[in-house]
Design a protein around this ligand. Structure first.
Ligand SMILES: [Zn+2]
Ligand SMILES: [Zn+2]
Length: 324
């Protein structure tokens, strides 16, 4: 009995943990302050990278209330609240998968209180921010290029596809891969710390519907890492229930399409048994206002019903911390 308890205790410490991921927002729209954003760090460090920024301060506030960030101490001479300190000092940069509003709104609204940081993204994403957001029309120019006076809070870092870069101020490295999001460019960031990896997907449609090879290319990249036990987790979207017709997906996945894609991943990872217990956080379920229609419940049910590979699907709420 005692030995059993000790084992449970050791397991709860998660000795093989590498990354912490806190959900700042995970919905696909409708309610401001709840849309896609996560922060990730190497467990041995205090510095986070933000993965999309649909909601930032709302999510941090909720996460703080839940008792996260215990190891982060605000220096005594700081004039900032703990929330302010974490937002300003513990988040070292932003990766933006694409420039849709539900992935950038939090960053834009909190920019007035932010410290100097890098924004990492594909050139198409940075161009949209520069031309259409931080342009003194929609919002002041907090960037370091673009229209009018440049406030220079954010340094734009245009990423080259597949080329590894250092995420400044953290222990992390990144590599970006493009995704097809209904004739719009989105992307996936493959994060590395030491020998281990975590993959964050922006919005994406399935290859078959998008008439694309981009997910296939990514599975080819991730397969060997999964096979070698080095892929600690994935965040990917499932926006709609299976009943949604392909023509109405607008560059998103359903449970059925996600499983089709998982099959491709299994082909590159040496068989379906490699998918067993793979951690996958489901992001971006689209809420609606219909009576008696709960998309969140439906999507979860559909994913679990199709989960023949015994993948460990996770549905963290805004403010939850998870260790991988
Ligand atoms: Zn979205
Ligand atoms: Zn989108």
């Amino acid at each position: 009995m005692k030995r059993g308890l000790l084992l449970l205790f050791l397991l709860s410490l998660n000795l093989f943990a590498k990354f912490e991921v806190i959900t700042l927002g995970n919905s696909g729209g409708v309610k401001a302050g709840t849309t896609t954003s996560y922060i990730l760090r190497d467990i041995g460090s205090k510095e986070y990278l933000a993965l999309d920024a649909g909601s930032v301060v709302n999510g941090l506030e909720e996460a703080l209330k839940k008792g996260n960030f215990k190891d982060i101490k605000v220096p005594e001479d700081s004039n900032y609240t703990k929330l302010g300190y974490i937002f300003r000092e513990s988040i070292k940069g932003y990766f933006l998968s694409h420039a849709h509003m539900d992935h950038i709104a939090g960053l834009v609204l909190s920019s007035t209180e932010d410290t100097k940081k890098n924004i990492y993204g594909l050139p198409s994403v940075i161009d949209i921010l520069e031309k259409n957001i931080f342009n003194w029309k929609v919002w002041p120019n907090f960037g370091d290029s673009g229209e009018g006076f440049k406030l220079g809070v954010y340094s734009y870092k245009k990423l080259e596809i597949g080329k590894e870069f250092k995420i400044e101020g953290t222990e992390l490295y990144g590599q970006v891969f493009p995704l097809s999001h209904s004739n719009y460019e989105s992307s996936m960031l493959l994060i590395r710390s030491g020998e281990e990896y975590f993959a964050f997907f922006g919005d994406t449609g399935p290859d078959k519907v998008e008439k694309s090879q981009l997910l296939n290319n990514i599975w080819k990249e991730l397969g060997p890492k999964l096979k070698a036990g080095k892929l600690k987790g994935i965040i990917i979207e499932v926006s709609f229930p299976n009943s949604t017709e392909d023509k109405n997906l607008f560059g998103h996945l359903t449970a059925k399409w996600l499983m089709e894609e998982m099959k491709v991943l299994s082909e590159y990872s040496g068989g379906t048994e490699k998918l067993k217990n793979l951690n996958i956080i489901i992001n971006h379920i689209k809420p609606n206002f219909l009576k008696n229609v709960d998309n969140e419940k439906t999507v979860k049910k559909e994913i679990e019903a199709l989960n023949i590979y015994k993948i460990k699907f996770l549905y963290p709420k805004q403010r939850e911390s998870m260790i991988f």
